[in-house]
Design a protein around this ligand. Sequence first.
Ligand SMILES: *Cc1c(COP(=O)(O)O)cnc(C)c1O
Length: 377
Amino acid sequence: MRLKTKLIHAGNESDPQTGAVTVPIYQVSTFKQDSIDSNKGYDYSRAGNPTRSAVERYIASIEDAKHGYAFASGLAALSAILMTFKAGDHFIVSNDVYGGTFRLLNQVFNRLDLTSTFVEATDIDDIKSNIRPNTKAIFIETPGNPLLKVIDIEKVSKLAKENDLRLVVDNTFLTPYWQNPLSLGADIVFHSATKYLSGHSDVLAGVIAVNDDQLAEEIGLVQKAVGAVLGPQDSYLLLRGMKTLGIRMEEHEQNTKRIVEYLDAHPKVKKVYYPGLASHPGHELSKKQSRGFGGVVSFEVEDQNQVDQILSKLQIFQLAVSLGAVESLISVPAKMTHATIPGDRQQELGISKALLRISVGIEDADDLIEDLDKALQ
Ligand SMILES: *Cc1c(COP(=O)(O)O)cnc(C)c1O
């Protein structure tokens, strides 16, 4: 089955009781057993729920993976991945990760003696030189956040295999519609499904896809044992959202292209960060490993004092964290999504206070450009 057909039908087994063509919300915690050692495939909703199972089959299908898992948030999914490791293990993590990922590693899992070294993962030598005897995995996010740096998934996966490390890729920004890290050699792919996968700013969710049976079992164990699972209502919303992933991603892409052209030519815009720009250092690599560039773009204005003025004039773009939904959002990474990263470290990473990040929605591009144009004046 091709992707566009999968997006409509994956995970969907028409309801055996009624023939309902969408997956019902099984709002239930426990399931009556036929006898003490026999049930109908479900016994308790932490271990499995039919609505959640549909999400799990769906994400496996669209990532071309054997196994899928759904969690209460992207960070709950990442936590489950981290819990498959043990105290003393070390990770190499790309610099340009989501602020919450940085916080989870640096303020929570470090206390369990799982340590991380943050590296410039666009430079394979920087990864290589930080591998220690106890290094067990490499975590990357590409394109990165908020500077949209592009990391070579295939190259990193080769290095990971040579050193017996797991490669984990956060595929939130491009989604399986544009990029499939497993087919490029990653071992685990995860998403904040809160973003493009659900697509409507109405649900928090996280998903994982893997091919390896052993790895799947380890993640499944953590999911059941820890229990940060996606509830049936949210599973339903996520399923409903994902059906339109393809047409939404196409629209985000078209609109973003127009906005990037506009911003790139604007005299008050100092720099635009978007892998679709031929001048972006990751442009060629991005074309090689992905089918699209996505709907997130960051840009820097001359002076941080202009930021408040711009934000106060915008009418369609809403000031909010998050991304990947139908409505356009704007944020200031240094003070919002990446505020948990200390100031000097932000500077090192190039996250300036004059940097704005937009998540381009699927409104009419002319309205979006007019909105930005008024604000930039
Ligand atoms: C939002 C986000 C996360 C965290 O996901 P939640 O659903 O908010 O827990 C992780 N990675 C990226 C790239 C994100 O944008």
